[in-house]
Design a protein around this ligand. Sequence first.
Ligand code: E4P
Length: 217
Amino acid sequence: MKFFVDTADVAAIRELNDLGMVDGVTTNPSLILKSGRNILEVTKEICDIVEGPVSAEVVAQKAEDMIREGEHLAKIAPNITVKVPLTWDGLKACKALSSAGHKVNVTLCFSPAQAILAAKAGATFISPFIGRLDDNNFDGLDLIAQIREIYDNYDFQTEILAASIRTVNHITDAARIGADVITAPPAVIKAMANHILTDKGLEQFNADWAKTGQKIV
Ligand code: E4P
């Protein structure tokens, strides 16, 4: 399973990347806003840190404008993946950009039907949003399972990039279902290291070690 970090926070990306935890990065207009940085500058900086795909999202509504923006974003670095929304125009842009040799991430996917269209349009990645479905009383993980089944039935090469991840369980459940990639905020990735029994065990070991009066070095 590949790990993408869902952020435009360069310091957080660098920390996880130094640990070998980053196979790619996803950004979106909200994350760019949160970073307070210029999209072209911050995306370039991320691309210089991370070897894998870095998704940068178009903001136009019409296909021809999305294609123009996508071509511009793709010039930032060779590892740019152009992110387009799952609209009819977004699918047209996906087809054009993927045919021109660009990697394309089709985002804001909320149904298996949408995922089929993205694969047919040549998407490199499909991004089903688990958390936003759960927030609205749908089953986000069930969507991942449905897309996995359909893509496997027809050997679609589009990779399932489980997005809108809120919890550690979202990551492990997506892994069990067979999502190719997860993209999660840095805090959720770091939370994967936590377990209450690890903390409790360490506390006991530390207390017992202090009683030995020994030192290792
Ligand atoms: C995916 O590429 C999106 O950037 C992201 O996962 C959205 O997550 P959110 O629903 O927490 O905003």
